[in-house]
Write a protein that binds this ligand. Structure first.
Ligand SMILES: C[S@@+](CC[C@H](N)C(=O)[O-])C[C@H]1O[C@@H](n2cnc3c(N)ncnc32)[C@H](O)[C@@H]1O
Length: 281
């Protein structure tokens, strides 16, 4: 059996010590990430990865997450490629809130691919953008050392991402960053990782919603079958969330799981995040 790399450092959240000046270059690219998550992303590629596989960013929007990952990657002199996936579309509300407010001049249309390309130009020697629905994509089969997930917005996509990317994680080394782990609209994410607990171990929480996992065993058919969330009815989702509670409690986040449970009860059968109505409003 392969060695599992020691992750005890993660408990102290060493990324908090990153000075924002270090990632100044990347700060010009708008992002939806919290300040701590931005530091985490830079730290993961500058301090954690060993340059033994690709970095994959699923759901990069205009490239804010990709820029933080790429900046750390450059600063540490790494050479493996970074692949960023998105539909690269934004509606007027998202454009106003996430782009114009953050300094991007107004523009027509919903396409943001050209903008992501422009913003990521400083890292174009190491970043490939993959445009379109992730479920229409395939992976080339090379090892993935760091997989950042911010696109598991439905159970179908969550399972589809697992099938396409998880088998290429490097057991004992690779990390999966679940950016939406504690988001109340996406209760299938903690359930997926719980069902795959023989293959992943949780290593840290990073506010606002992120939990980082280490892949500890080769992902095979048994793992993918065990982790399938699209087959679960509401009762099964609720039961599995109860099993997640002790982990959430260890980060004092049990209330977030309770909110997910209220969301499932208020939205029977809904398996797409944006269709979830807030149970607390
Ligand atoms: C919260 S945003 C990502 C924010 C980004 N990581 C950042 O740093 O600002 C989620 C992104 O996932 C993308 N997305 C969601 N589902 C997708 C899918 N099935 N295929 C491709 N992109 C998807 C959306 O287009 C959106 O840009």
């Amino acid at each position: 059996m392969k060695m599992v790399r020691d992750v005890s450092d993660f408990k102290a959240a060493p990324w908090r010590d990153i000075d924002r000046v270090e990632m100044e270059h990347a700060m010009s690219v708008p992002t939806m990430l919290s300040k701590r998550e931005q530091k985490l992303y830079y730290w993961l590629t500058s301090h954690w990865t060993q340059d033994i596989g690709a970095v994959v960013d699923l759901g990069c929007f205009v490239g804010g997450s990709t820029a933080r990952l790429a900046d750390g990657h450059v600063d540490a002199g790494k050479r493996h490629w970074i692949h960023a996936y998105d539909r690269f579309k934004a509606d007027d509300r998202t454009k106003a809130q996430e782009l114009y407010r953050k300094g991007i001049p107004p523009f027509d249309g919903t396409d943001i691919y050209w903008l992501a390309r422009d913003l990521l130009e400083p890292w174009e020697d190491r970043v490939t953008l993959h445009r379109g629905d992730i479920l229409t994509k395939t992976w080339d089969g090379s090892p993935i050392e760091l997989l950042v997930m911010d696109a598991a917005k439905s159970t179908e996509t969550t399972d589809g991402i697992a099938e396409r990317f998880f088998p290429y994680l490097i057991p004992g080394q690779s990390l999966v960053v679940q950016q939406d782990y504690f988001h109340w609209r996406l209760p299938w994410i903690p359930v997926q990782m719980h069902l795959m607990q023989d293959w992943f171990r949780p290593v840290a929480f990073c506010p606002d919603d992120t939990v980082i996992f280490q892949n500890i065993r080769q992902i095979d058919e048994a793992a993918l079958t065990a982790g399938k969330v699209s087959r679960l009815d509401d009762g099964a989702l609720l039961d599995h969330l109860t099993e997640v509670q002790p982990l959430a409690r260890s980060w004092r986040k049990k209330q977030r799981i309770y909110r997910m449970k209220r969301a499932i009860r208020a939205n029977p059968g809904v398996r797409t995040g944006y269709r979830m109505v807030d149970p607390d409003k």
